[in-house]
Structures are given as C-alpha cells and as structure tokens.
Ligand binder design. Structure first.
Ligand SMILES: [Zn+2]
Length: 53
C-alpha cells in the first residue's frame, strides 16, 4: 500500500492508520475508498489540523 500523505510505499506490518472514505456518487455506487497513512504522517497531519501555524 502507499501512504496517502507522503506517497511512499510501505508494508502493512508497520504502524499505520487506515481511513475509509465513502464517496457518494450516483455513477459510482461502490465508491468506498480506503486510505492508508504512516502513523508518523498521520500524527503530523493531525497536529497540523489542531494547531495551524
Ligand atoms: Zn507517509
């Protein structure tokens, strides 16, 4: 899988975060996408959201 934040490839046996995002589109009824992030990248992103500098 690939990290959706930094784009780097990684294996599923390291610390990571997965998020399911459902895209509601009439043309794509099965539009559930799964995103994976490095735990580190996720933490950085979460910090950025909570504390915009
Ligand atoms: Zn990453």
């Amino acid at each position: 899988m690939h990290c959706a934040i930094c784009g780097a490839r990684f294996e599923g046996d390291i610390d990571h975060v997965r998020v399911e995002a459902e895209h509601i589109r009439t043309s794509d009824p099965n539009g559930v996408r799964e995103y994976a992030f490095h735990a580190e990248c996720w933490d950085r992103l979460s910090e950025g959201w909570m504390d915009p500098a």
